[in-house]
Design a binder for this molecule. Structure first.
Ligand code: XLS
Ligand code: NI
Ligand code: NI
Length: 441
């Protein structure tokens, strides 16, 4: 496939292909066979794997203790327009070589923010045109776009929840442009991650007022996008903390409560990030389950945390047990509503070879593929579901069924309790359930 850019950045690395689990080639998928059909769909369609523009083409490994370590060959030009084109060339080369169909972006991942709002708008329009062309040539699509309303110091007290109206208005302008960009690039969804929407101290924070502002802000953003013909979903991406002490979209349950309180539940779904789940002291599987039960499982930001560290380490996902449990929920809830699996993950600061980012994504895709295949085997070839349903069988008939149908009041339960004698203990069989997972992995 001809790419617009004339430079090849990932020299010596070709297209990544599926070679099966016995392959010794580190540049091949061992489990991710894009065209393999599992549970009625190809793996490619189940996952819609996406590259996160910010981690793979912007973040160069800085941390609070030191400068970046990764040398990006495309990050040379002093001219922001040229630099953005070079970055897009590298991104499209990488995505195409990985054989993925999608990417996700923040506005200022695509091009460096300008010195003024007007200049930023001009830059975004420029790079949108360029990327549109590259999409046409490669077939690469946008899973979701978003606005970075957290890096610029002006957002230190929040964006939509900032106590200063001027800052809120600037964020609104930025979201409008990010929506325009997403729509122009045919983006399938749009994400709101809370950024700095939260507080550092309640002593100086009017929580009700800030949340009311956020509710209004999201409503008018939705209205604008719909007026421009945007048909996709909006996703809230919960995170409990970092950068603020307390993020308003703490976890999935909190976000769903918020969406319902502000009447946004029909347009918004949830984008669940593994490491955000674990930061909130939940499992990934828990967060997926909470979203799925409300019909709001929208998308996944795939990564993993370090279970000895407390922060958002955004490592590439390779925890098969964790992902298999998650894929049980994924399959049983019918997959994602509009979204896909975005690798919101970064290679380690000391992973400084050009090929490291390939190994990272190959491992991530293989991990998800293997977990999905395992979960499907569990659901189709074990008695897992039967055992699961057995736990609730007392609600399938008789008084249990009447209760579910809303036919019993509290006095009815009282009368049943009076006559029920000593209740039997019924085992939860947890260890047996756990063994099924291990057996099928
Ligand atoms: C940060 C978030 C962020 C969102 C997009 O922790 O994961 O990267 O996915 O703004
Ligand atoms: Ni994150
Ligand atoms: Ni994320």
């Amino acid at each position: 496939m001809a790419l617009i850019g004339s430079t090849e950045y990932y020299k010596g690395i070709g297209e990544i292909k599926y070679e099966g689990k016995n392959s010794k080639n580190p540049f091949a998928f061992k489990y991710y066979d894009p065209n393999k059909i599992v549970a009625g769909k190809t793996l490619k369609d189940h996952f819609k794997f996406a590259i996160a523009y910010w981690h793979s083409f912007c973040g160069q490994g800085t941390d609070p203790f030191g400068l970046g370590t990764q040398i990006f060959l495309w990050d040379k030009s002093q001219d922001p327009y040229q630099a953005a084109k070079d970055k897009a060339d590298a991104a499209f080369e990488f995505i195409t070589k990985m054989g993925f169909d999608y990417f996700c972006f923040h506005d200022f991942d695509l091009i460096q923010e300008g010195g003024s709002f007007k200049e930023s708008e001009k830059r975004l329009l420029f790079i949108t045109d360029y990327i549109k062309q590259k999409q046409k040539e490669s077939g690469v699509k946008v899973l979701w776009g978003t606005a970075n309303c957290f890096s610029n110091p002006q957002y230190m007290n929040g964006a939509a929840t900032n106590p200063e109206f001027d800052v809120l208005a600037r964020a609104g302008g930025q979201v409008k442009l990010a929506l325009d960009t997403t729509i122009a690039l045919n983006g399938e969804n749009y994400v709101f991650w809370g950024g700095r929407e939260g507080y550092m101290s309640l002593l100086n924070t009017d929580m009700k007022r800030e949340l009311d502002h956020l509710g209004k802000f999201l409503s008018i953003s939705r209205d604008y996008a719909r007026s421009q013909g945007f048909k996709g979903n909006f996703f809230i991406e919960p995170k409990p903390m970092e950068p603020t002490k307390h993020q308003y979209d703490f976890d999935t349950a909190t976000a769903i409560g918020f969406l319902k309180e502000y009447g946004l539940e029909n347009d918004f779904k949830i984008n669940i990030e593994v490491n955000h789940a674990t930061l909130a002291q939940h499992t990934f599987q828990h967060e997926l389950t909470v979203a799925a039960k409300s019909n709001m499982l929208g998308s996944i930001d795939a990564n993993r945390g370090d279970y000895q560290n407390g922060w958002d380490t955004d490592q590439f996902p390779n925890n098969l047990y964790e992902t298999t449990e998650a894929m049980l929920v994924f399959l049983q809830s019918g997959g994602l509503q509009g979204g896909g699996v975005n690798f919101d993950a970064k290679i380690r600061r000391n992973s400084t070879d050009l090929d490291d980012v390939f190994h990272a994504h190959i491992g991530g895709a293989d991990n998800f593929a293997r977990a999905l295949i395992t979960a499907d085997n569990i659901l189709t070839s074990s008695n897992y579901k039967e055992l699961f349903n057995l736990r609730y069988e007392s609600f399938n008939s008789g008084k249990g069924k009447e209760f579910e149908q809303g036919k019993l009041n509290l006095n009815d339960l009282y009368k049943l309790a009076l006559n029920s004698g000593k209740l039997k203990l019924k085992s939860g069989k947890q260890e047996m359930f756990e063994n099924i997972i291990n057996q099928f992995i």
